[in-house]
Design a binder for this molecule. Sequence first.
Ligand code: NAI
Length: 495
Amino acid sequence: MPTHLVALAPGDGIGPEIMSATLDLFKAAGVMNHLDFVPVEMGKACFDRGETKGMSEAAIRAVEDYGILFKGPMETPKGGGGKSINVTARKLWNAYANLRVFKTLPGVETVYSRAGVPIDMVVVRENIEDTYGGVEHRLTNDMIQCKRLISAPGCDEVHRFAFQTARKLGIKKVHCGHKANIMKMTDGLFLERFKRAAQDFPEIEAGDVIVDALCMNLVVKPQQYQMIVLPNLQGDIVSDLCAGLVGGLGFAPSANIGNHISIFEAVHGTAPDIAGKGIANPTSLILSGLMMLRHLCLAREAALIENALLTTLESGVHTGDFGDKSRPTPSVGTQKFVDAIKDNLGKAPKANAAPVPEAAEACFTRPPRPQQMQVIRTFTNVVSHVSGCDIYLDTPLSPVAVADEMSRACADTPFELKLISNRGTQVWPTGSVYTECVDYYRVRFELRKDVPLGTIGQSRAVALMDKVAEKFTVCSFELLRQFDGVRGYSMAQGQ
Ligand code: NAI
């Protein structure tokens, strides 16, 4: 009698082929005694029908009811048009941590396997925030911006998940990858909250590494990392780099974990060039399915399948996209590959066999549906005061001409003109003639020295913007505030 329902979206391109092969394998391993896979409509067919989310209302209801989505790759319209369904699903259901496991697999030849360097590491990527909010605007003729959003509770959720997972997997050291040397506030917050979370896991060593150095280290000596936790965009790039270390995206499983809903998917795309040919490699989807089985506490079935998969790879059976060149075994199609794994159920590989528990323990219970949207908070009781504003202008004038106009605009206000920057570099009151300017200026006003902090509210800053807007196109506006006496904004380069 199945105990859990799983929403099943086979995907586009090679999706249906690798999904049906994976389910065939799961059935042979007894998974269907515990899980009932319920097909839902997601992907290209929905986009083609004009459903901009890329999924039907019934699919949304099913995923929310069951708490688990198992999905194949889905086509994303490029450039304009619908947003990526993968990103939409993760964000809509707050699957805030992307967990990817990278392990050297037998029979999968890579530069590292040839050199005898074993790889076994986990990447946890924050999944909701960062530039993946997709908050983008055209500000002037020549300038487009993308907002990078990093929140303290968003960081806390992903760091807590990373350390909890490290504890569960027996991982002794977790690194935080970041770029806090340049983005001192956003990446700085990500790093600071990592250090804070680490205090609750004293048995795990916490380290940090700047993301560019991390990429080099991963290529030169990947075995020095056990788990790396990163902000969204950096995590996206680093996790594909790690996939390359173990043989490509076809061998990198992925889970998107949230408090209520989790999504398990193959990380490669729909492979339109080989779709319908029956030659796609189902390994990534199978491995992602194993993460799902373990999430649902079907550890016995997961271990059975994993051992059979490793035994099959060890024996040299492979699809056309990989293999060990020193053993010229001809490639097989998707179904033959899965048939070989089925034949190996009950066998164990020579190296790194997963222990097979006696029976499945049914430990997964889906948390109840929230009554309303939650507001998650980290810092409360912080006192903030307005100390100025940044007004962003669309103008082709020179910095000196902008400064003249802005000095006049703030003449009878509590604010004084503090600096002007262009693309983040200060161009007034001092600057370099070598700095090239574009048609988008930031003009910073701060409270005059004789105006005490806390005596002026935001309406005076908005009034100043109003005055500037009488003569200039104002593209955007940011309040400058101090939080518990600490400046809540960055300085310009060269300031
Ligand atoms: P892709 O991953 O589909 O293909 C890149 C190359 O890898 C192709 O040569 C393909 O044949 C090969 N390949 C991929 N998976 C394979 C497998 N399982 N077995 C054998 N060969 C495999 O990437 P591409 O071409 O950039 O994207 C195609 C479509 O997939 C796009 O619409 C893209 O938006 C979407 N996509 C969806 C993802 C998802 O649903 N998670 C992730 C990445 C892309």
